[in-house]
Design a protein around this ligand. Structure first.
Ligand code: HEC
Length: 150
C-alpha cells in the first residue's frame, strides 16, 4: 500500500516536473487540415492583405490610395515562424504584436491595427494562407563573432 502511494506520488511529481500537466487551454492535440499554398496566395490578394503587408520577392497588384502601416511578412528571421504563431497572428492579431515595430506604428492602445477576419474567413482560407506564408520565412541563425582572447 505504502509502495503504491509512493509510486503514484512519484508519477505525479514526474508529470509536474516535465510540464506534462494538461490544462483546459493546452494546445496539445491541436491539428488543422493541410492547406494549399497556391490558393493561399489567391486568398491573400482577394482579402487585400497586401494593403498593409509586403512579402519579400512577391509583387502584388497595386491598391490605389493605400496608406498602410506596411509590415513585412516573410524574409530573413533569426527564429522559425511556427505554424501556431502564424495562425495566432491571423486570427488573434493582438495576442502578440509583430517584432521590430514601434507599438504606436502597428497598434492603438495594445490593439493591433490589423482587422479581425474571424467572422468571414473560412478555416480553409486560414489554412491556405498559413501554408502560403510559412515558406517565405528564411531562417538565418545569427553568427556571433567573438573577439579572440589574448
Ligand atoms: C489594415 C492593415 C492590415 C491588413 C489589411 C492586414 N494586416 Fe496583417 N498585420 C497588420 C499589422 C499592423 C501587423 C503588426 C501588428 C500585429 O502583429 O498584429 C500585422 C501582422 C500580421 C502578421 C504577423 C507578422 C509578424 O511578423 O509577426 C501576419 C502573419 C499577418 N499580419 C497576416 C495578415 C494576413 C494573412 C492578412 C489578410 C487576411 C492581413 N495580415 C491583413 C496590418 C494588417
Amino acid at each position: 500500500m505504502a509502495n503504491k502511494t509512493l509510486a503514484l506520488s512519484f508519477i505525479a511529481l514526474l508529470f509536474i516536473a516535465t510540464g506534462c500537466t494538461r490544462t483546459a487551454t493546452s494546445p496539445a492535440g491541436f491539428r488543422l487540415p493541410d492547406g494549399d499554398p497556391a490558393n493561399g496566395r489567391v486568398v491573400f490578394v482577394a482579402m487585400q492583405c497586401h494593403q498593409c503587408h509586403t512579402i519579400a520577392g512577391e509583387n502584388f497588384p497595386e491598391i490605389p490610395n493605400a496608406d498602410p502601416p506596411y509590415v513585412q511578412l516573410g524574409g530573413t528571421v533569426s527564429r522559425v515562424k511556427t505554424y501556431g504563431e502564424l495562425v495566432s497572428a491571423i486570427i488573434n492579431p493582438s495576442h502578440k504584436l509583430a517584432d521590430g515595430y514601434a507599438a504606436e506604428q502597428v497598434s492603438d492602445n495594445g490593439v493591433s491595427k490589423m482587422p479581425v477576419y474571424n467572422d468571414y474567413m473560412t478555416v480553409r482560407e486560414l489554412t491556405d494562407l498559413v501554408v502560403y506564408l510559412q515558406p517565405n520565412y528564411n531562417v538565418v541563425v545569427p553568427q556571433h563573432h567573438y573577439p579572440p582572447y589574448y
